[in-house]
Design a protein around this ligand. Structure first.
Ligand SMILES: [Zn+2]
Length: 407
């Protein structure tokens, strides 16, 4: 295997949009190999912890952290890199190197092209900006579906996570909240797992909105396989992303690692039913690290699957019971081109909006009707409303709403 040191060796291929350098591609491949050979990663104690029965496995460290920490001094010999990064024996490092034999960056690019998967490495301008905020950003983000969906992350995106075994009520809550978020132009980001994840994606699709799945397998591999139909729907209504090259099967180590990507693509995270020990709470940790707001859906005190999410509420997380209300409170008004139909929550703008609900008004009439606003605030709010597409000024000089108001 050869790892080029150059980060400017970008190869932009047509259709699938592949802009990933050899070094980043190599790092993403190393992550795969390390995850497929857990023995190389750590101690027996580490493995025991993973095997502890609980809702979702929680390995101690995110997938790529050790690799990234040595990224700058990346040696051309993988065994040296691995030995330095993981403290494994030379013998194990050699075993790892054998697994990498035959790897080439061009082969990965060809596989991307063949499977219709786009790729952007950390050196590319196509790489989602918000991923750089992670302590261990994925070397490469592979994307199936509509890459434009990522343009709306993180500003309009909400991460939704929770247990794989929700109650019937929790599953329904995930679905209806996601529908509400999607209906007003929000993007629902989740992990496509069984339970809350799947219900969240389904809800977003039901709301005819955009949704993004972050997989623990390659972006071309639906996981779990039972969600193959859902995967196809997500591809047509958004995107499926992964830090792992096409063709990669999921492993128990790749599941927790993808949670940091769900958080980094989102502006807030909502936890829908999570027991005390849950993979969903890993996403919460990442959200906190990134300075995101964390929310939880209140659940039954009688249900153990709600213990973790209810505790978040006790610890100060915001409560969510309705997707539209949630977005109204968080986002204010959204870009009308995204199909939003909310009223602005900015107090001044909302005042003007409420006046215009009754019909077009001249500036004079607006001043009288919104007399609590001083002229400067009125002007500023009107300008903002016009810029954001809520209000337009007709040829008669009167202001009117550009779309029907919602009661
Ligand atoms: Zn790169």
């Amino acid at each position: 295997m050869t790892i080029t040191q150059s980060t400017t060796n970008l190869a932009l291929h047509g259709g699938a949009g592949i802009d990933a350098c050899d070094r980043c591609l190599a790092l993403s491949q190393l992550a795969v190999v390390l995850c497929s050979v857990p023995l190389l990663r750590g101690t027996a104690e580490h493995d025991d912890r993973i095997r502890t029965p609980q809702d979702d496995p929680q390995p101690s460290a995110p997938l790529a952290r050790p690799l990234v920490s040595t990224h700058e001094g990346l040696a051309p010999i993988p065994s040296e890199l691995v030995r330095a990064a993981h403290g494994v024996s030379a013998e194990r490092a050699r075993a790892l190197q054998r697994l990498l034999t035959g790897w080439s960056a061009d082969a990965v690019r060809a596989r991307c092209l063949a499977s219709g998967v786009a790729a952007a490495c950390r050196c590319s301008i196509d790489y989602p900006e918000s991923l750089h905020a992670l302590a261990d950003p994925p070397p490469v983000l592979y994307v199936a579906g509509n890459v434009r969906a990522l343009d709306r992350c993180p500003a309009h995106a909400v991460g939704m996570v929770g247990t794989r075994r929700p109650t019937r009520v929790g599953r329904e809550a995930a679905r209806t909240i996601a529908t509400g978020i999607a209906q007003v132009g929000g993007v629902v980001v989740s992990g496509m797992a069984l339970g809350v994840d799947g219900a969240s994606h389904e809800g977003a699709l039901q709301g005819r909105g955009t949704t993004i799945a972050v997989l623990a397998s390659g972006a071309d591999r639906p996981s779990p396989p039972s969600h193959r139909a859902l995967y196809q729907q997500i591809l047509s209504a958004g995107a499926v992303v992964s830090e792992l090259p096409p063709g990669t099967e999921p492993s128990r180590l790749t599941f927790p690692a993808r949670n940091r990507i769900i958080a980094a693509l989102s502006s807030a995270v909502i936890v829908v039913e999570a027991p005390k020990k849950s993979g969903a709470l890993i996403t919460v940790d990442h959200a906190h690290d990134l300075g995101l707001d964390v929310y939880a859906v209140p659940g039954s005190l009688a249900s153990v699957t709600c213990e973790g999410s209810n505790k978040l509420l006790c610890d100060g997380a915001g409560g969510v019971v309705d997707g539209v209300d949630f977005m109204t409170a968080r986002q204010g008004y959204l870009d009308p081109h995204q199909g939003a139909r909310l009223r602005p929550v900015d107090v001044d703008q909302s005042l003007i909006h409420d006046v215009l609900v009754h019909g077009p008004q001249s500036r004079q009439e607006l001043r009288r009707a919104a007399s609590s606003l001083d002229p400067a605030c009125l002007e500023a709010a009107l300008t903002d409303l016009e810029l954001s597409g809520w209000v337009e000024r007709g040829l008669d000089g009167r202001y009117r709403l550009k779309r029907p108001a919602v009661a």
